[in-house]
Design a protein around this ligand. Structure first.
Ligand SMILES: O=C(O)CCC(=O)C(=O)O
Ligand SMILES: [Fe+2]
Length: 412
């Protein structure tokens, strides 16, 4: 029936048929149908066609062409198009269109949950009491729209009185509702002393993520730096909340074959984020991390979040890949030049990051970043970059890592 209407050229039927095909992973046909509906002026197909172009689904990634389709849908008043234009405009080492704040606002006003979530976390980084209230109001709005991450962040803030007076009763009510959906509490963390942005009160100023925070040098050889308070409590919780359902036993790359393998060297569990699944909030956190490491996000491999339980560790290793193993994973991007890790919670005991050659140990602290070089200035591997995640003795350790290549790795 749908196919009949679609063949007759009804844009709505084309759109629905394409959506059904996406659900069945028949992406090539879906792409063609979304394209036909988009041509016929169907806004939501314009957005979906653009999304497929952004992420290179059943076609080569073409962010520029995606942007053109999004602009058409936005002109017709589609707030998801505005939201995706924000995702496209930020990062890549530069801002291509300065209207991202206005666009995010439009998507927030239309109650698009990922936009509400990103805006809440943005206001939550700001120092003023009024912006903290904005953060709480937006988290509440997101939770009301059914966004479980907003609900979890809100519960933690209410429980600990972050940006408000503690409201344990209200927090418990939210936590009970979440528990009914099988969602547990987040690990406790002390709120980091933030590098709060000096942006205008009440204003969205997303380009703030592109200003690198000042790093403290910790060692010259290998080159290691730390930044305290790079991520806010909300951002640490966001990463944990998004990683938790996707954790699996960590794998390492076999240095001889380049194939992933489970080894005793890395006993943690991890989740890695395909950029397709990234929402704006996750993307902003990654831009902040890449910017702190003075690299464009486009050079980053997929974000990885690790969880170590007592006794789990990452034995001494180096992050650069053995030259042979690069063949299988975007060799044109070069090797892993730099690594940035951010601790996401408070570890009760153990779990330091150790650089055994200079004898340097960095203690985990929520929001603290460790940045280090894996290659020498001439691009050759630096054997001194040997490092380890020491065994956790008590509690859990959550960590986010971006491995940054010498050249472009992602489409945008
Ligand atoms: O867990 C740590 O402290 C180190 C993690 C690490 O070496 C990595 O993610 O490459
Ligand atoms: Fe490492």
């Amino acid at each position: 029936m749908l196919r009949h209407h679609a063949e007759g050229g009804s844009a709505d039927a084309l759109h629905q048929l394409a959506a059904a095909l996406v659900a069945r992973h028949q992406h090539e046909e879906a792409l063609a149908l979304h394209r036909r509906a988009a041509d016929a002026g169907h806004e939501r197909s314009q957005v979906e066609y653009a999304r497929m172009l952004m992420y290179g689904i059943a076609t080569a990634a073409d962010p520029q062409l995606a942007a053109q389709w999004l602009l058409r849908a936005e002109a017709a008043g589609n707030p998801v198009a505005s939201y995706l234009l924000v995702v496209l405009a930020l990062g890549d080492g530069g801002v291509h269109d300065a209207r991202f704040n206005q666009r995010l606002l439009a998507a927030v006003q239309a109650n698009y949950p990922p936009a509400v979530r990103a805006a809440a976390i943005h206001f939550g980084r700001k120092a003023s009491a009024a912006d903290q209230v904005r953060c709480l109001q937006l988290l509440e709005r997101g939770a009301g729209l059914g966004d479980a991450v907003c609900a979890r962040l809100l519960a933690e803030r209410l429980l600990h009185g972050e940006g408000c007076t503690p409201q344990p009763e209200a927090a418990r009510e939210i936590l009970q509702q979440l528990a009914r959906h099988g969602i547990g509490p987040l690990p406790a963390l002390a709120v980091p002393q933030l590098h709060a942005p000096d942006t205008l009160e009440g204003a969205l100023a997303l380009d703030e993520v592109l200003r690198p925070a000042t790093a403290q040098p910790r060692c010259e050889r290998p080159r290691v730096m730390t930044i305290d308070g790079l991520l806010s409590a909300d951002e640490c919780r966001l990463l944990i909340a998004c990683a938790e359902p996707n954790l699996a036993r960590s794998r390492t790359v076999d240095p001889r074959t380049g194939q992933p393998q489970s080894l005793e060297i890395r006993t943690s569990e991890d989740a890695s984020f395909d950029p397709i699944l990234e929402d704006l909030a996750l993307r902003l956190v990654q831009i902040r991390m890449a910017t702190a490491a003075r690299m464009p996000l486009a050079n980053a491999e997929h974000l990885t979040v690790l969880r170590y339980r007592p006794g789990q560790e990452y034995r001494p290793h180096r992050d650069y890949r053995p030259p042979g193993s690069l063949e299988l994973d975007q060799p044109q991007a070069g090797n892993r030049q730099r690594t940035i890790c951010v601790y996401l919670n408070e570890v009760e005991a153990g779990g330091e990051t150790e650089f055994p050659l200079p004898g340097l140990r960095i203690a985990p602290s929520p929001g603290r970043a460790v940045i280090f070089e894996n290659l020498l200035p001439d691009g050759r591997p630096d054997v001194d970059s040997l490092h380890a995640g020491l065994p956790v003795e008590r509690g859990e350790k959550w960590l986010a890592t971006l491995w940054l290549r010498q050249g472009r790795y992602r489409a945008y």
